[in-house]
Structure formats: structure tokens, C-alpha cells
Design a protein around this ligand. Structure first.
Ligand SMILES: Cc1ncc(COP(=O)(O)O)c(C=O)c1O
Length: 375
């Protein structure tokens, strides 16, 4: 059981109004035949599975995509009745469990179908979305002939029904579209294997739906855009409508002290004070998803950028303050304080990663607090 730190000032603030705005904005861009499925895997990229499911559905999402079967079952247990697709490979032995819960799963190759056969039941047919590997190299069929053979077997099998077909692009967030176009061509070639077009044909993650909407098919798997994050990072700086970031991370100083020239801070004593300095301690560390390599970055204290000094510890880190501040003074790690802003992208840039990893890495120990609630 993950223990949640409700008695500590460190919190992730989740702006439900922003989530609703982002989903609504994309739904309005789609044509009448195209449905938005909200990608809410990994605890909705750290924003909270059930909360985002509720807000996204109210804002126009028609279904959900998750990564693993357990996430789908959690949605069903919470009473969500919308279509759900698991995007990752589900072990064939769970085919019956998926089918009885009306959860669709990917059909990725001939071996998967063979292994699933003993678990298929004509009374509760399993819905599958056929995965096409057009260049991601991750899951799905690569050869038209194999695909034709498997589709023919599926047609003869009462316990399984093709409900969709999909692929995933590797470079939809890249200004260079050459590899993207190659994948589109490959997708069209593989689609020749289908005698009947499945109910759902889908290829679009957020980047594809934002910047290559002509490819969309009749469903989009809209993920990171829900959370107000630009899928390209900074590579493509305009989005068709303004995305509103949904997550902020805040904490408070738990101690403030003065140190003197030569005094050291944190493990390894890597930081030494140049003179008299005020140092504040912030109760968040790498166990909470604030990477150890953030030493040298900054947070906002009272709206001012204050550098992180010394190594980030598992549960705490220290900042240099311009003056003494009382314990309890607000610290913003991600978000806005007055005129100053730190984005998840800023954090990711400094940490040498992408904002996806920072958002879904914010630890289970950090409580998610609703702001701007949508009922
Ligand atoms: C198959 C698939 N579709 C859609 C998405 C959503 O991507 P994004 O969050 O970039 O919209 C993902 C996320 O990794 C995915 O793996």
C-alpha cells in the first residue's frame, strides 16, 4: 500500500477546469465521425485515473485508453461504462477476464491468437483492436500475409471480434515529417488485409491529432494534450488551440537557517556557502519524483527564483533564500507564483528528459489536490 503524505505541505494541484478545457478544445476540432478516447494510463499521467476519467468524459471523451488491464478493471470497478481499450499487450490467459468486463485488447500477432484460444468464449466474445507495426517496432503485425491469415482465423472464431485497428507513430511530434509519411504509407498497405473496415480505425496520439489531423481515422487516442502539455516539448511551438497545464507542484519551507562562509549543504558536502546565506529546506525529494539531478535548478519562494543548493535527498532538498523566511512559506516547484512560472517542460529540460516522465513520476506519496473543480 502506498502511503500518501497528507500531513506534509508537498502537494500536486490538479486543475480540473484545465483538463476539461483541453479535452473540449480537441473534441471541437474533430469532425462529426471522429471520437476522442482519453488516454489515462499511468494514473492519467500522474493526474489521477478516476478524476481524469470523470472530467474527460464530461468534456466529451467517448472512451478511454489505458496501458494495462488492471487500469481498465479499476475504471470498470468505479462504474465507468464507456468503451475501454488496453494499449499494451495483455497476456492471452486474461482474455476471458477482459471479455467479461467489456475491455478491448490488442491483437498483436498469430501466437497471441493461438495462446488466447483456450480462453475465448462465444457467449462473451473478446473485442480486439488489431495492432499494426508500421514503424514503431513495438507491437503489432508487420506483414500483410500474416495479417490476412490471422484475420481469416478470427473470422472463423466465435469468441473473438475485431472491433478496431490501429497503429502508432514514432515521430508525429517532429517538424520533419518524412518518417511519419513512411508510416502512413505502410499503414495503408497493411490495411489492404481487411475485407471489412473495423468499427474503430485509429492512428492518432495527441501530436498526430494536433498536427496531422487528416490522418485521424474515426477515433483519436488523446493523451498528453489532456494534461495541457505540448507533445513535442519545444520542437513545434504552436498548437491549434491553447493548452492549459493541469498540474502544479507546491510545497512549503519547513525550516529556514543562516549558514556562514564555508558551511556545507547536503550529501557529499558539494555546496559551500560563499558568505552568510539563508537556507530553506523543502520537503520533497527523489522518492517523490523530484529528480536528484535538479541540484542547480530553482524553485519559487514568495514568487522569486531560488536556487537548489546541494544534492537533492530522498525526501528533502535545500534552497538558497534572499533573506530569512518563516517556516510555512509557500514554495512552487511547478506552476505560477505571481509573475514567475516554472513549467513541467522547464523541469524536464533541466533533468534531461521529457515532461511525460516528470508528470507520471510524481510519486504516489504526493497527494493530488483538486483545484478549479468540475462536477
Ligand atoms: C499507443 C498509444 N497511443 C496513444 C498514446 C498517447 O500519446 P500522447 O500522450 O502523446 O497523446 C500513447 C502514449 O504513449 C500510446 O502508447
Amino acid at each position: 500500500m502506498a502511503v500518501i503524505g497528507t500531513h506534509r505541505p508537498t502537494k500536486a494541484l490538479i486543475d480540473e477546469g484545465a483538463i476539461a478545457h483541453n479535452v473540449r478544445g480537441e473534441v471541437q476540432r474533430l469532425d462529426d465521425h471522429t471520437e476522442l478516447f482519453a488516454v489515462i494510463k499511468a494514473d492519467a499521467y500522474g493526474h489521477g485515473l478516476l478524476r481524469v476519467a470523470r472530467v474527460a468524459a464530461a468534456a466529451g471523451a467517448r472512451g478511454f485508453c489505458v496501458a494495462i488491464l488492471d487500469e481498465a478493471l479499476a475504471l470498470r470497478a468505479a462504474g465507468f461504462t464507456q468503451p475501454i481499450l488496453v494499449l499494451g499487450v495483455v497476456s492471452p490467459e486474461y482474455a476471458a477476464l477482459a471479455a467479461t468486463n467489456h475491455v478491448a485488447v490488442p491483437l498483436v500477432d498469430a501466437d497471441w491468437l493461438t495462446a488466447a484460444q483456450p480462453y475465448l468464449d462465444a457467449q462473451h466474445p473478446l473485442a480486439v483492436h488489431v495492432a499494426l507495426d508500421t514503424g514503431m517496432g513495438r507491437i503489432g503485425f508487420r506483414e500483410v500475409t500474416t495479417l490476412q491469415r490471422v484475420l481469416a482465423t478470427v473470422e472463423q472464431t466465435a469468441g473473438i471480434q475485431v472491433n478496431g485497428v490501429f497503429t502508432h507513430f514514432a515521430t508525429a511530434d517532429d517538424p520533419d515529417t518524412s518518417y511519419f509519411q513512411q508510416q502512413v504509407v505502410r499503414f495503408q498497405e497493411l490495411m489492404q488485409a481487411f475485407r471489412v473496415r473495423p468499427r474503430y480505425v485509429h492512428v492518432s496520439n495527441t501530436a498526430t491529432s494536433l498536427w496531422h489531423a487528416a490522418c485521424n481515422g474515426n477515433m483519436v487516442r488523446f493523451g498528453v494534450g489532456i494534461y495541457g502539455l505540448n507533445p513535442s516539448g519545444r520542437a513545434i511551438d504552436t498548437t491549434p488551440y491553447p493548452l492549459q497545464p493541469a498540474m502544479s507542484v507546491v510545497s512549503a519551507l519547513v525550516q529556514c537557517k543562516q549558514i556562514h562562509a564555508g558551511d556545507a549543504i547536503s550529501y557529499g558536502a558539494t555546496y559551500r556557502a560563499a558568505g552568510d546565506e539563508w537556507i530553506g529546506t523543502v520537503p520533497m525529494g527523489y522518492a517523490d519524483g523530484w529528480p536528484r539531478r535538479m541540484q542547480g535548478f530553482h524553485v519559487l519562494v514568495d514568487g522569486q527564483e531560488c536556487p537548489i543548493v546541494g544534492r537533492v535527498c530522498m525526501d528533502q532538498f535545500m534552497v538558497r533564500l534572499p533573506r530569512a523566511y518563516a517556516a510555512g512559506t509557500k514554495v512552487t516547484l511547478v506552476g505560477r507564483d505571481g509573475e514567475a512560472v516554472i513549467t513541467l517542460q522547464d523541469v524536464a529540460d533541466y533533468a534531461g528528459t521529457i515532461h511525460y516522465e516528470i508528470a507520471c513520476g510524481i510519486g504516489a506519496r504526493v497527494p493530488r489536490i483538486t483545484v478549479n473543480a468540475v462536477n
